[in-house]
Design a protein around this ligand. Structure first.
Ligand code: ADP
Length: 477
């Protein structure tokens, strides 16, 4: 079976978040179960240079106003990729895949990601004369227009590839002015039939939902939540109109990169059968962050984007109670200025008990997971979440809101602590419960063992995706 992943980011070539991790790891897990999965993404500046091997594969010709070529290659980990080399769209100095050096989104993002989708549809239709997939697996809004292009521009024969759209976060919908429609090579008709139109704008994601063959998301609970008006972010009707089930498949984590027994970033390696060294990591982290080096103070940590979604304003409200339990708090994150300032103020006010690091620091995030006793994820919504999975693997018990993938991956009082409704009162109650259990070391260690032996790798998810692909192919016959 041949599967083309279409994505705007892919670890380790280009990463801004969890989507890159999925696109970088899932195809490898699929390859291990005989699925030939390849990843299509833009050749942003500096990406081709990171490949272990690369060669020009086929000319694409004019791609929305400039000449483009398809390059194929492999990463150091053996991942097969196809890159769209279109300098007028992707080869830009500074900034990232979505925004320029000034932090503003690139003004032609509709064309840049329309082009990604266009090339995916051309490959799927066999028009570039290269390797052709049975399944085109679209990730988030950047790839979603592929389904529209296949609907409007590709002849529908029995062998046409099937499309699966995976929604990693419904908050990102790919919204652009309606006037951009002709530039995207879509007919006026696309605005009708409950298609791409979304409250006076165009939504790439909505087009994907309308015209793909199946939709999935990254946890069963989030799959149920997004068809409700409360959590559907205006998409609940579009999702329900499909009349089929939204599949929810929980993400895995890379067990090589996130392994306390071999992690090169942490002070002392440890494992489920040798927990003693975790205390060394705690002491080292407390010292590094200028927290009081107290082995018996429950150390809570946060590693997160600081946004409304993540519910960290609730943690600020709960902080006096956390401290009253004798707890400490270490925060690593960046985002909303207001939250950054508030956590900095808290660290100043409670020196020795609260530490705040504003910024993005991959190595420190490993040391936090290894050194803390618990990781907090009080998100208002969370499609899957990765930091609680790292927490489980590192015996750092998650304290999480009972939403989305957090509800599916953390077992209350077995591997962590869940609370709902998502408010400060319930967060305080969860923190107090955690502190109570922490006060009985045998109980806490029992939970650590359960957490560390939980299955958080990719195998289960890869098998579930393969089943989904097979079901789609059966409907083709
Ligand atoms: P989201 O994708 O919504 O940001 P996830 O929990 O799915 O949330 O993934 C976030 C990823 O980014 C995790 O790997 C987490 O460790 C990492 N991360 C978030 N903020 C930081 C930071 N400030 N420094 C280092 N890593 C971070």
């Amino acid at each position: 079976m041949q599967v083309l992943f279409v994505t705007s980011e892919c670890y380790p070539l280009v990463k801004t978040g969890g989507l890159a991790d999925v696109a970088g790891a899932l195809p490898l897990a699929l390859a291990a179960i005989d699925v030939d999965a390849r990843v299509l993404l833009p050749a942003y500046a500096g990406v081709v240079e990171q490949l272990a091997t690369s060669k020009a594969l086929a000319p694409i010709g004019d791609l929305f106003g400039g000449d483009a070529t398809l390059i194929e290659g492999t990463t150091i980990a053996g991942l097969k990729v196809m890159l769209i080399d279109a300098p007028h769209l992707y080869d830009r100095a500074g900034g990232g895949p979505y925004s320029g050096p000034n932090g503003h989104e690139w003004p032609d993002n509709h064309v840049r990601f329309g082009a990604l989708s266009w090339v995916a549809a051309e490959i799927a239709a066999g028009r570039l004369g290269v390797w052709q997939p049975d399944i085109v697996h679209l990730h988030d809004w950047h790839a979603a227009l592929t389904a529209a292009y296949m609907h409007f521009h590709v002849h529908k024969g029995p062998t046409q590839p099937k499309t699966l759209l995976t929604i990693h976060n419904l908050a990102f919908q790919g919204l652009f002015p309606e006037a951009t429609l002709p530039a995207l090579r879509l007919p006026e008709e696309a605005l009708e039939q409950g298609g791409i139109a979304y409250w006076g704008k165009l939504s790439f994601l909505k087009a994907g939902v309308r015209w793909c063959d199946a939709v999935s998301t990254v946890s069963p609970t989030y799959a149920r939540e997004i068809v409700t008006p409360e959590h559907g972010m205006g998409f609940d009707s579009a999702l329900k109109d499909r009349g089929d089930t939204i599949n929810g498949i929980v993400n895995g984590i890379d067990l090589e990169v996130w392994n306390p027994a071999t992690d090169p970033h942490i002070a002392a390696n440890y494992s489920e059968s040798n927990l003693a060294n975790k205390a060394l990591n705690k002491a080292a982290l407390q010292a590094e962050l200028k927290l009081d080096v107290e082995p018996n103070a429950p150390l809570f940590c946060v590693v997160s984007r600081l946004t409304e979604q993540k519910g960290l304003d609730l943690l600020l409200t709960a902080l006096p109670h956390l401290l009253a339990c004798g707890g400490q708090l270490a925060v690593l994150g960046a985002g909303a200025r207001k939250l950054e300032r508030a956590f900095r103020r808290a660290a100043k006010k409670h020196a020795g008990r609260v530490a705040t690091n504003i910024g993005y620091d991959e190595a420190l995030s490993h040391r936090m997971q290894a050194g803390a006793d618990a990781i907090m994820v009080p998100s208002r919504f969370e499609p899957c979440g990765l930091t609680q999975l790292y927490g489980l693997r590192y015996g750092t018990l998650p304290v999480v809101a009972n939403v989305g993938g957090l509800a599916d991956t953390v077992a209350d009082t077995v591997t962590g602590f869940r609370f709902d409704p998502v408010d400060a009162v319930q967060l305080v109650a969860a923190i107090e419960r955690a502190c109570d259990v922490y006060a009985t070391p045998t109980e806490w260690q029992r939970m650590m063992h359960s957490a560390m032996t939980d299955d958080v790798g990719w195998d289960t998810a890869a098998a579930a995706y393969r089943t989904l692909y097979e079901q789609l192919l059966q409907s083709r016959r």
